[in-house]
Design a binder for this molecule. Structure first.
Ligand code: GLU
Length: 319
């Protein structure tokens, strides 16, 4: 493999010159104002080395990528009982679709579509009021990254709170089925603030390290989740992390990944790398266009794939 820094520099250089950049998500007021020319990429490897290129230290709105972390927290508090309220199947529909909820009795298909993440926010509220829940969420992210400067962009949250009619509809609809247990305003306030987390690629790649390392924070050696849970979160990222383009992402990139409408993607090469990319322009399915292309390029050069034969070690050979 060529030097990873060179690979990233080449990718960032090519992406800077790309003419087709996708469309910025403009349904959240602050996102509409982001410059579409940004591109950043960060890789943290299993040895703790960090490689950055392009706008890797420019913060952006993490949006749906936060659903990976809120799911991790909810599994920690509720355990597998969570799966009675949220499914584990790809939705095959848009991130904010309401249609399946009717036939499926208010149980969202998975934790990464909006409806599923709203249920997760409701689960997290079982212990605290929204303010403390959000503070706990930010604390968790700061622990994962080792970076206390990470904050929520309250302006982004307020904008979404003022215009997120579809999410209001989803939450009310699920409340009617009894799958939202707290007042809808509190649940959505929590959800919108969670989505409005601002991070850069470097911080995001750092936050994903526990998923690269089988559930353990490599810095502290602390177990964030069990290895089985880490594998299951990765399985959900692979099958559901890109809405109804999840199959295409698995086909092209071959790594578990989660995208957000801010244009970020977190992808994990288990045992090898935690990767974050950001380019604000989205494709027709709401995923970062150049982010996905950059990851395709990266895995071509590195060979990272969960479908790589070396990824499976025979039980007898386990250390
Ligand atoms: N906060 C966004 C929403 O609820 C998140 C969507 C996304 O990133 O895909 O619409």
């Amino acid at each position: 493999m060529a030097d990873l820094q060179h690979i990233l520099d080449d990718i960032a250089h090519d992406m800077a010159g790309a003419t087709e950049r996708g469309r910025i998500a403009d349904y959240i007021p602050d996102l509409a104002a982001v410059d579409p020319r940004h591109f950043g990429i960060a890789v943290v490897d299993a040895d703790g080395r960090t490689f950055l290129a392009g706008d890797a230290t420019t913060r952006f709105s993490v949006q749906s990528i936060t659903k990976v972390f809120s799911l991790t927290m909810a599994l920690g508090t509720t355990g597998d009982a969570l799966w009675q309220r949220v499914g584990r199947e790809p939705s095959g529909t848009a991130f904010n679709s309401i249609v399946q909820l009717e036939t499926e009795q208010g149980i969202p298909r998975n934790p990464f579509i909006n409806a599923g993440a709203i249920v997760i926010a409701d689960v997290l509220l079982a212990r605290h009021e929204p303010r403390e829940t959000i503070a706990e969420f930010v604390r968790f992210i700061r622990q994962l990254t080792g970076d206390d400067s990470i904050v929520i962009d309250r302006h982004v949250a307020a904008g979404e709170q003022a215009t997120g009619y579809r999410n209001v509809a989803l939450a009310n609809y699920m409340r009617a089925f009894g799958n939202i247990r707290h007042p809808v305003e509190k649940v959505l306030g929590t959800y919108f603030h969670q989505c409005a987390l601002a991070m850069d690629c470097r911080q995001l790649a750092m936050a994903g390290r526990y998923l690269m390392m089988g559930g353990t924070d490599p810095e502290t050696g602390r177990s964030v989740v069990t290895s089985q849970r880490a594998r299951r979160i990765l399985a959900l990222m692979l099958t559901c992390g890109h809405y109804d383009a999840s199959g295409d992402f698995a086909f092209r990139v071959g790594l578990p990944g989660k995208s957000g409408v801010g244009g970020g993607i977190l992808a994990i090469a288990p045992g090898s790398a935690s990767i974050a990319v950001w380019s604000p322009g989205l494709d027709a399915k709401g995923n970062s266009l150049l982010g996905r292309r950059a990851l395709e390029r990266l895995v071509q050069h590195t060979g990272w794939s969960v479908f790589e034969p070396m990824a499976c070690v025979m039980p007898d050979n386990r250390p």
